[in-house]
Design a binder for this molecule. Sequence first.
Ligand code: FAD
Length: 416
Amino acid sequence: MNHPSPPQRVAVIGGGPAGLMAAETLAAGGVQVDVYDAMPSVGRKFLLAGKGGMNITHSEPLPNFRVRYRARETDVSRWLDGFDPQAVRDWIHGLGIETFVGTSGRVFPLEMKAAPLLRAWLHRLRESGVRFHQRHRWLGWQDGRLRIDTPEGEILVDAEATVLALGGASWARLGSDGAWVPLLQAHGVEVAPLVPSNCGFDVDWSAHLVEKHAGAPLTTVAIRWRDHDDVLQRRQGQFVITASGVEGSLVYAISAPLRDRIAQEGSAPIWLDLLPDLDAHRVLEEVTRPRGSRSLSSHLQGRLGIKGVKAALLHECLSKDDYNDPEELARALKALPVILKRPRPIDEAISSAGGVRFESLEHGSMLRTVPGVFVAGEMVDWEAPTGGYLLTACFGSGRAAGRDALAWLEKTTPRT
Ligand SMILES: Cc1cc2nc3c(=O)[nH]c(=O)nc-3n(C[C@H](O)[C@H](O)[C@H](O)COP(=O)(O)OP(=O)(O)OC[C@H]3O[C@@H](n4cnc5c(N)ncnc54)[C@H](O)[C@@H]3O)c2cc1C
């Protein structure tokens, strides 16, 4: 009589959205899944992402969605083909969480929070037999076994396949600290340096501007910048002047080319359009309109609504002569140059770029130099703007890594 063989054991290291999705896929494939996470609980960054209104995916047409991954569009498309934005929404609905599409096309859980979703998901994973091991930090391999540091000391774990979903290197206190980079490099895995993505930037503001206006939001503003192809782009949105520079959704959205320009040239200029709803001609008309005995600043406030932080920025970034030259002043109101000096530290960024290079992978997501080990999520070398693109790719890559691991197990150790 044939006895059924015991289920194969797969270790998933990292319990963020990518690792949990890999675990779900693997469990559905009939293998025993053990999730190890260094932190006392899983999904900490996922929960944080839910604090400011969790943006889980985007409703735009798939071709538009794909291009958000820029140079990595083809690689990420493989993940999206297996789990596209609509599939993400259907999956969330399957957990009993409703979603809605915001005015910007972004998709949110109805309650805007991650906690109910994570709770339902973890419950379903446990029900399907996934075992969780918190405070278990992966340290590398010894004789082909996983070295795991636990509160009781180091253990060695046997797994027939492993999915690493260790995250990037932002917000290290939530678990993803990038400490895996040298561990994989030691095994011949090529890793692009982890750098901030969706980040703020340092500007050398004067002490006066910082004292009076740090924390001030710019709600009606546009930025011009040069993209990766050196083409001038313009985008309207909102951002905040901080003590160290600039941050906020508009800045994050354009941060990749700015970061790369700083790396190449030492700094990156942007040009602020302080009056995005008025054309240059109209602005010049208003600036040059006779103002009688009114001061220039009250003229600007009266005719164009320039006051507060916008007025301060003009003084900050324009020479006295230019401020008093109507043509220069009108030009600056539409294109005030600000020099970005450095991206803010990676730990503050929403996400990180860089990671395991796709060239280091085979069979989809398996490490070429460490057979049987698959990677998923933000630790892989892709980046995307905020807008749900990060989580959607993390889910898709987790699912792909799970499927790739199942296919590999089937090929290398077929079940009897
Ligand atoms: C403030 C903020 C807001 C965000 N908002 C959004 C949003 O609205 N929409 C969106 O799409 N994205 C958002 N993101 C990004 C999104 O949260 C991340 O891209 C996503 O969590 C990455 O998933 P991951 O599974 O790859 O990694 P992570 O979520 O970082 O998970 C990695 C896990 O691996 C564990 N780990 C690391 N090293 C080890 C080790 N050696 N041993 C064991 N375990 C280890 C960590 O403890 C962690 O639990 C936001 C991020 C931040 C910081």
